[in-house]
Write a protein that binds this ligand. Structure first.
Ligand code: NAD
Ligand code: GLY
Length: 373
């Protein structure tokens, strides 16, 4: 991983993965700049995959820039929402690619948040056994996390992101201007993944995030540019050491084991992914405290930061009859589960995370402590 920066809002982070290496470009006005798309694999056609909310805002400027490089630029507009991150919607992409006779050189462009990015990446991984794709993330969450690192896929009713592939993009282009139209609830959801990088990797970054939370919530351009760059640097470093999550990469799932259970248990879309992660980080901090890894003061600090970011800190009751049982059932389908044993990412308060099982009784205590009612 290396990064460079030409001014305070423009920078580039390199993710080092041998012949799958690529750059994450960060700056303002990048979507309409044809230079953003130089030196991509040569192809006749480009297909921009987006959704019905994002396309009216950003498709035209992107298509104009792409037309400098590709003779045909098509688009596929998907319905908007986590609830559509499924086989039926994925098939809409394949239907379009086949109907337009797109060949194996066609380059796909994912213009949107994590939902569009994950589905487009999976479509690119599987269409004709693999075509190149580029991430054009338009949410904070996608710019700091989901567009980087090559995890692609869809949800299954029995578990989140359960069907997918590791497949790296050719480039990631984070146009910070797109964040200006992001609803504040979505901005907060993205902040959860920014906050995450502190406890798992860099406590100085957590200090910086805490000191700059108001500017981040106000989407101040320079503050946001640094948050996106530092988050991408940390993610690039972790992914370049463990691309396929043999070990280290699992630390990026801090808060996600509890968070995914909340998302699935509430019904996809009721809680945003970032909201589940925010509350999940509070729960994982409580677990870390119950395991003797951190003091109560650390739990209080994470809770305060998550709350100030505009995220929920009290977990929902998923089943009035057997809440702990329902959480356990949902967490057992987590991809980190090992022979049915749930694995949790816990932290030590000094910027290091560990992936560990926990006794059911301790996890039950966490759920009872953190749930409403
Ligand atoms: P999202 O893709 O649903 O986008 C959030 C909402 O904001 C949508 O309604 C979208 O249409 C709208 N939107 C997007 N950009 C906008 C803009 N610039 N202006 C106005 N509205 C805009 O949600 P998300 O938070 O970006 O991503 C969540 C998804 O990412 C989840 O499915 C999660 O599982 C996945 N994810 C994947 C990874 C990974 O490594 N692949 C990591 C984290 C999360
Ligand atoms: N968002 C977790 C990962 O990319 O591994």
């Amino acid at each position: 991983m290396s990064s460079n920066s030409s001014n305070s809002t423009e920078s580039s982070v390199h993710i080092d993965l041998g012949n799958r290496s690529y750059d994450i470009r960060i700056g303002s006005g990048l979507l309409q700049r044809s230079g953003s798309f130089f030196d991509l694999p040569h192809a006749t056609s480009a297909v921009v995959v987006s959704n019905e909310t994002i396309a009216p805002l950003y498709l035209e400027r992107t298509a104009v820039a792409l037309k400098q490089h590709f003779s045909a630029v098509h688009s596929v507009i998907l319905p908007d929402g986590e609830v559509y991150k499924n086989w039926e919607t994925l098939n809409e992409i394949f239907d379009h690619l086949l109907a337009q006779r797109c060949d194996r050189k066609t380059v796909l462009f994912a213009l949107g948040g994590g939902v569009v990015g994950d589905m487009t990446g999976f479509a690119a991984a599987s269409y004709m056994r693999g075509v190149p794709f580029v991430q054009l993330p338009t949410t904070l969450l996608a710019q700091v996390d989901s567009s980087v690192g090559g995890k692609t896929g869809i949800n299954h009713p029995l578990g989140k992101n359960m069907v997918g592939a590791f497949y790296q993009p050719q480039r990631v282009i984070c146009d910070l201007d797109t964040l200006k139209t992001l609803p504040s609830r979505e901005l907060s959801a993205g902040l959860s993944e920014v906050i995450k990088y502190g406890p798992i990797y860099d406590m100085a970054f957590l200090d910086w995030v805490e000191a700059n939370l108001d500017a981040l919530r106000a989407c101040d351009p320079e503050t946001m540019a640094y948050a996106v760059r530092r988050s991408c640097e940390i993610k690039a470093d972790v992914v370049s050491k463990d691309e396929r999550e043999g070990g280290l990469r699992a630390i990026l799932n801090f808060g996600h084991t509890f968070g995914h259970a909340i998302e699935a248990g509430m019904g996809y879309g009721a809680w945003l992914h970032g909201e589940g992660v925010g509350c999940g980080m509070v729960m994982a901090s409580v677990l870390s405290q119950k395991m003797g890894l951190v003091e109560q003061a650390f739990v209080d600090r994470i809770t305060r930061i998550v709350k100030r970011a505009g995220l929920p800190t009290v977990a929902p009751v998923l089943d009035a009859q057997d809440n702990v049982g329902r959480y356990m059932e949902l967490m057992r389908v987590d991809k980190k589960a090992d022979a049915g044993q749930i694995q949790f990412v816990v932290v030590d308060g000094r910027g290091t995370a560990h992936v560990r099982p926990a006794p059911d009784a301790l996890v039950a205590e966490v759920i009872n402590t953190c749930c409403a009612g």
